[in-house]
Structures are given as C-alpha cells and as structure tokens.
Design a protein around this ligand. Structure first.
Ligand SMILES: NC(=O)c1ccc[n+]([C@@H]2O[C@H](COP(=O)([O-])OP(=O)(O)OC[C@H]3O[C@@H](n4cnc5c(N)ncnc54)[C@H](OP(=O)(O)O)[C@@H]3O)[C@@H](O)[C@H]2O)c1
Length: 326
C-alpha cells in the first residue's frame, strides 16, 4: 500500500512517499481503507520534533518506528475484520482518531474495534468527516468535560478560526454561553458566522485590555499566558490552554491557591465526544470549515501550509485509488 513516512525530524521535505505491506486485521482489529485524512498542527509539531520535551515520547533523536507514518484523523471504509470483531462489518463507513498509533497517512490502517472511531452518518462525505474529528473532540473535551460550560457563562476562544477554535465557538454557543472569539481581521466574518457574539481582531485590539470578564478563556493555539489571561478571568474562572509544559505546573499550583484556575490536559479518550459529534453530523447541526484539500502525493505542500500557522479550520488530504508515482 502507499503511505507517507518520515525518518528524521525536520521541514515538510522529510516526508516521502513509500510502498509498505498492507496491514491485515488480527483478533479484534478492523482494517480501514482510508479515503480522507488531514494535516493538523499537532502532527506538524511531531514532524519537526517540537516541543523538544515531546521527544521523550516520540523518539529522542529520530521518530520512533511506531509513529513514522503520521495521520491522526481519518475517514474511510471497513475492508476486512478480525475474527473477534463484533461492532463493525465490511463496507461500513467509519471515521475517527488514530491517537498515539497515528498512521492514517496511508491507504490502509488497522485499529482495534474499541479504538476512537464510529460510523459516518449517511449523507456526510469522507473529507468532511475526517475534518471534524480532532478539532471537535478536543473542543468538546475541554469545554464540556473539563469545565462543563453552562448557560449564561461567558467564554473567550483564542484562535477561533483554527481547527479546535471553529468547533469551540459552536460547542460553547450550543451550551448556552456568550462567546467571544479572537482571530485576525480576515477571519472575523467566518467566526461570526459560527455563532460568536463578538469577535476581537488581535491585529488591532488586545483582548487582555478589553475590559471584559470571562468564566472561561480557552486558548486553542497557545498564543497567550495565564498571567495575561488572569486579567480577564472571573474570580473562579478557568484558563484552558491546549499545550505548554508550564501549564501543567500552573494547573497544580492554581488548584491549591484558589482564584482562577488553569485546566489543561489531553483529549485522548474520545468515545463520548465522537457520539456527540456523530449526532450533530446526522442532524446537520455542525459547520465544518475546510480550508484546503490536497491529494496524498501533495502532502508536503499541505504541511508547508499548516506550518504557516494561519490555516482556517482544517486541511484535508484525500487518498485516491490507483497508483501514485513514488
Ligand atoms: N490538548 C489536546 O488534547 C490537543 C489536541 C489537539 C491539538 N492540540 C494543540 O492545539 C494547538 C492548536 O490546534 P489547531 O489545530 O486548532 O490550530 P490551527 O488550526 O493550526 O490554528 C490556526 C489558526 O490560529 C489563528 N491564530 C494564529 N495566531 C493567532 C493569535 N495570535 N491569536 C488568535 N488566533 C491566532 C490563525 O488565524 P489568523 O490566520 O487569523 O491569524 C489560524 O486560523 C496545537 O498546538 C496542537 O498541538 C492539543
């Protein structure tokens, strides 16, 4: 099967097209023919080997063998099942998250049936389905599981035009909150169309001096600090950063000292969020923002674009049938 691999950390050009043996499902595994995957900011970081401390997990000097095919999100079709599989059948359309196993930048991927995936509702295409998984489930994890946003609360989403941000605005709004978003001027109209009550253009206004007070500040893109956001947080408010080692320390400290708290972590167990996502897709109640779509053989260009830090929503990779020149 065709796949995209990297053997050393570096720029997008470290990615190469390769031919690998097709994985066969064993035991409780499902074999998925991947039709669409994505390039996320998180896996561009893995490709660069950043943050440096993350190399303790992904490989100190070069990426360890288990993560050399990237690809966190996928949508595709079940093409074979192991003898112990009970929930899925050949032909099922599925979408989900590969997690620490990565590997969706390939024609086929095998996952245990209990992994984070589910069936795609009728009428939803593979590219759209793939573009929902990590952004939505991460937004839902932070806003509905970590802090349980309630009606009437005030939520600020920093990075409201990104993958997590575009879903965070919708999740917070659906929970009954007043939502303000931070992005640059070119994305203001988009973020308003997702339901934001106010949009702050960071190129002309500093949200930290806006005089507003929020119950939750969700920094999806790590462009702020707790010190900066404290000024706009309610006395018992929560600051939710998606990354940053220092935030883990602050999380412990603010849990002991009272006042606004830092709540960080990783969205890993995604089943509850995927069930919610599937329902929204089935009812047509979620806006999916796809910025650009590339075929698998142009994935280097897709990584270059995501590395710019200015993608809007999601960047999708289609995995067409037929030979791609190696
Ligand atoms: N903790 C977890 O479980 C978890 C899960 C997934 C991802 N993550 C992490 O979350 C981070 C972001 O992910 P993402 O994919 O949502 O990001 P993304 O889609 O790459 O974000 C891009 C957006 O950020 C906006 N942006 C850039 N600078 C900004 C600023 N100063 N203020 C406000 N917005 C700004 C850009 O808008 P403009 O072009 O308008 O500037 C762009 O639309 C990554 O670091 C990833 O590793 C964490």
């Amino acid at each position: 099967m065709r796949a995209v691999m990297f053997h050393r950390y570096g720029p997008p050009e470290v990615l190469t097209q390769v031919e690998l043996p097709k994985p066969e499902p064993r035991g409780d595994q499902v074999q998925i023919r991947v039709h669409a995957t994505t390039v996320t900011s998180a896996e561009c970081g893995m490709r660069r080997g950043e943050p440096r401390w993350g190399r303790v997990i992904i490989g100190p000097f070069r990426p360890r063998s288990g993560i050399r095919v990237l690809g966190l999100e996928f949508a595709g079709e079940v093409t074979a099942i192991g003898p112990q599989v009970r929930r899925y059948r050949t032909g099922d359309r599925v979408f989900g998250f590969t997690g620490f196993a990565v590997g969706a930048n390939a024609e086929f991927k095998c996952l245990a049936e209990k992994a984070s995936f589910t069936t795609i509702p009728p009428g939803v295409g593979y590219p759209e389905a793939a573009a929902t998984v990590d952004g939505f489930t991460t937004a839902w994890h932070f806003l509905r599981q970590t802090v349980r946003v309630r009606p009437g609360q005030r939520v600020l989403v920093i990075g409201a035009s990104g993958s997590i941000g575009t879903y965070a605005v919708q999740v917070a709004k659906r929970a009954g909150a007043t939502v303000h978003g931070v992005c640059s001027g070119r994305n203001v109209k988009l973020v308003e169309s997702l339901g934001a009550d106010r949009v702050i253009d960071y190129t002309v206004e500093d949200f930290a001096t806006s005089g507003e007070r929020y119950d939750v500040v969700f920094d999806t893109v790590s462009r702020s600090s707790f010190a900066q956001c404290r000024k706009v947080l309610a006395p018992r408010g929560s600051y939710l950063p998606t990354t940053g080692l220092v935030n883990n320390v602050l999380q412990l400290r603010t849990a002991l000292t009272g006042g606004p708290r830092v709540r960080t972590g990783m969205s890993v167990r995604k089943h509850a969020a995927l069930a919610e996502l599937r329902g929204l897709l089935e009812r047509g109640d979620l806006k999916i923002v796809v910025d650009r779509t590339y075929p698998l053989d142009e994935i280097v260009a897709a990584h270059r674009y995501v590395d710019s830090g200015h993608k809007v929503g999601n960047v999708v990779i289609t995995v067409p049938s037929g030979a791609i020149p190696l």
